[in-house]
Design a protein around this ligand. Sequence first.
Ligand code: EPZ
Length: 421
Amino acid sequence: MDKIVVKGGPALHGEVKASGAKNAALPILASSLLADGKSTYRNVPDLVDVSTMLKVLRTMGCGAERLSETAKDVCEVTVGAGITPEAPYELVKTMRASVLVLGPLVARYGRARVSLPGGCAIGARPIDQHLKGLKALGADITLTEGYVEARAERLRGATVNFDLITVTGTENVMMAAVLAKGRTVLENCAREPEVEELARVLNKMGARIEGGGTSVITIDGVDALHPVEHAILPDRIEAGTLLVAAAISGGDVLVKHAVPEHMEAVVLKLREAGCTVTTENGGVRCKAPQTLRPVDVTTTEHPGFPTDMQAQLMVLLSVAQGTSVISEHIFENRFMHVAELHRMGADITIQGPTAVVKGVPKLSGAPVMATDLRASASLILAGLRAEGRTDVQRVYHLDRGYERLELKLRSLGADIQRMKA
Ligand code: EPZ
């Protein structure tokens, strides 16, 4: 087990490149199952979750590899005969996004056996909406021994109105619908850029989808898709995390390849907190203010403020001059970083889905424990600001969703290193 050791103090300066988006790469890799042949993906981030998805695909009988050192950001997935449409518990329990193979498998092979993802640290995260959509398309769904078993001769187009907005639910049902017979209309869809990107990739494969990235997606089923070559869009959450690193350290950083249109809510909140955030030569730049101002924020579905940036913004506001109120409306248990921040001197009070953050003059370094992906990033951000040394344990959480974050921060001047715990 590794830990990351940060010594607070240096202001970060310079430029750094955002990697490909984890939450685009995962559904896009799963969509490979919809076509026979070899699909090639570039700008695929080198993350544990991506490796897990490649392993899930290999377990089914696909060829699924990241190319050698020469082209580390390239992954190839080859789908041929002899696919076993099953995703085992051993893999799904390590990454719930494995459930994204369900839609493609039912659509393409008429059956799927996928382990029900358990809960996770941030919430129960059921998949009832995924199953509601597949049933509407004609799949026969049974739950046995912790597995979802889905069967369908051929899926038929239908109208699905999601009871709540779900990112992977929208993606799973959209992927199932592309090979269904007839037209499917999905209503109350997630509008994340990663959903739009998946629709774009599916259309490149021969699907007929309109409205990707909007709340109503129309899919006219086709008989077959073909493989694709595609470069994954930049990760707006990693980019946002790097902008907060600039803000909290009193620095000035340009995050190249960040797409401003994908992160407007985050940019607006950073400006509200006093940062100077500009769009320039293919990226987004953040210059820290002398004094950070408190802001109130509520996490909501895109284009609202993303839940995946809540912990990072909370750390920034923990040293603002005043009191901020943060409401988490997406997940029921996404404040686990608060207890760790308390150990660094933050003054945060939780009241149900709301955290009241009273800015303090300084944070103090301490040994802290990562509990989930974004919480681990927020503890590193706190370490950049804190006086003294912060040891962030259990950074396997970090490695699921950030590509060598400590190297990127070090390239900007941070005093940070990865060590054996
Ligand atoms: C996606 O998770 C992201 N993961 C998450 O990113 C992100 O936090 C989340 O969307 C919200 O933006 C990927 O895209 C791989 P949801 P997802 O379905 O799709 C409830 C990260 O840090 N719900 O939009 O699983 C659910 O419990 C990760 O990169 C149901 O009740 O999230 C949650 O409260 C963390 N029934 C809310 O909806 C369902 O069938 C939103 O969940 C589906 C969801």
